[in-house]
Design a protein around this ligand. Structure first.
Ligand code: C2O
Length: 331
């Protein structure tokens, strides 16, 4: 049937991922040691994710230490940074086919799964820690947060170093579009935030277009995915690498700790959008789509899109309130 949610990806049917015509990689996850469990609503306490430019020294030390630990874990450990990057690679570089429709590849970008999948991707980890977000929509978030260049475990060598402070992040950046004035970058920020987030009312125009079992995975990205999301990835990746690694390519983006901080803010856009009175999809094919993620205990967890819509209630985290939202929501 065409009107069904896409099937749960099977680790047994994971293929080498395609990076480009001539490059493929092993990104498949390890087999879980125990039986798969179903997600249970988070029982708290509430975690408040802070803006990256506002965190203090103690927070930075703890955050850096967490990445040092993830870097030190063996490749086969699903909690290692290496594995985290591979999760993104497998779901995004065609490691999986759609279960029940094996001719169709599975890709969680370019369609309505983009926001919920990445929300789940960021969710698992130390329950006592709240990830920071890079608030590129705010004046305070106009630079790549400093800690990512200074702290050893947060550092990544494959970045565009000419895009560190004092270069402002350009929310509609494309390769080679450097040399804009600060004034122009600020103006473009307000207009893209307004046009791709604040002004968008229809869920498909915001989240992306439907992906159902048997349909092509590439049905059209929503506004927030195209820009700022894609533009910021490309802004951060190194122009000297073949595929704009690390941030500028799906298979490598998750190797850079900056990825998760960037996606914190992408995820926050969903909350901001809801706070403007907009409503989520109610389509059962969307709500019942399932994914698999390893949790902090190395258990494999089956999660549903429907459990991710209300992060405060189901996932027990929220975002620190930001002062500049008004500047672009009412642009
Ligand atoms: Cu899955 Cu920001 O990409």
């Amino acid at each position: 049937a065409l009107a069904d949610p896409i099937g749960l990806p099977s680790f047994k049917h994971c293929h080498r991922a395609t990076i480009s015509d001539d490059i493929n990689r092993r990104c498949c996850p390890p087999q879980p040691k125990r039986a798969t469990i179903d997600f249970k609503p988070d029982s708290g306490p509430m975690r408040v994710r802070p803006a990256a430019h506002l965190v203090d020294k103690d927070y930075i030390a703890k955050y850096n230490e967490a990445y040092a630990k993830m870097r030190a874990l063996s490749r086969g450990d699903p909690r290692s940074l290496r594995h985290q990057a591979k999760v993104h690679c497998a779901y995004c570089n065609y490691g999986y086919r759609q279960e029940g429709a094996p001719k169709q590849t599975l890709q969680i970008h370019f369609n309505w799964l983009f926001l919920p999948w990445h929300r789940w991707y960021l969710y698992f980890g130390d329950p006592g820690f709240a990830l920071p977000f890079w608030s590129w929509d705010q004046e305070g978030g106009r630079y790549i947060p400093d800690m990512f260049r200074r702290e050893t475990a947060l550092y990544d060598a494959k970045r565009n170093t000419s895009h560190y402070e004092p270069t402002r992040v350009d929310l509609i950046y494309s390769l080679g579009s450097d040399k804009k004035s600060d004034e122009q970058i600020r103006e473009d920020k307000l207009s893209v935030m307004y046009n791709n987030v604040a002004k968008v009312k229809q869920p498909d125009a915001f989240f992306g277009y439907p992906l159902r079992k048997g349909s092509s995975s590439i049905n059209g990205p929503g506004g927030v995915e195209r820009a700022p999301h894609n533009a910021v990835h490309i802004f951060c990746g190194s122009p000297d690498e073949h595929n704009n690694e690390d941030m500028g390519n799906f298979y490598s983006a998750g190797r850079d700790p900056l990825f998760y901080c960037h996606h914190g803010n992408v995820d926050r856009m969903w909350d901001v959008w809801r706070s403007l009175g907009n409503k989520d999809f109610t389509d059962p094919d969307y709500l019942n789509t399932k994914f698999l993620f390893f949790d902090e205990n190395q258990d494999l967890v089956r999660v549903k899109v429907k459990d991710s819509l209300n992060n405060e209630k189901m996932l027990k985290y929220k975002y620190q309130a930001m002062p500049d939202d008004k500047s672009w929501t009412a642009y």
